[in-house]
Design a protein around this ligand. Sequence first.
Ligand SMILES: [Zn+2]
Length: 156
Amino acid sequence: MTDCCSVPSPSQLPQRCPGCGGGGRPVGAVTVQALARPGSVPVPSGPALRFCAVAACPVVYFGPGFRLDRQHLRVPVFQKEPAGDRIVCYCFGITESTLRREQAELGGSPSEERIRGEVRAGRCACEIENPQGTCCLGNVTLVLRAIAPTLVEGRK
Ligand SMILES: [Zn+2]
């Protein structure tokens, strides 16, 4: 007997987002546990959790037998909110409007400088503050590129 015709059990199938079918990015259980609203859904401690960054999808985290939608998080999710006044840096509470105001008034971005400095000094807590579980600087650059293309030109 071979098992060539057996159907893989659900736990062997690659995880897909139950909301949009996307693959998602791996995210630590510590992030999910920190951001899930108390009393929403029990968060598994396993390593197989993922973050869905698709804007139109209501699912933020998923894993085997687990799904957490955006209304069950204690913060809005940058990737899933309409552009305008999103929180960009969760650790230091910097929003799109902060970045836009600095750009208009100062022609630069002291907030971005500050975030870089804090990150260098190891004083950020992206793992438990930012729903994506990783540093916000990529998002900051994304927003700056939209509001002040010349400021970030030439950066990678
Ligand atoms: Zn999704």
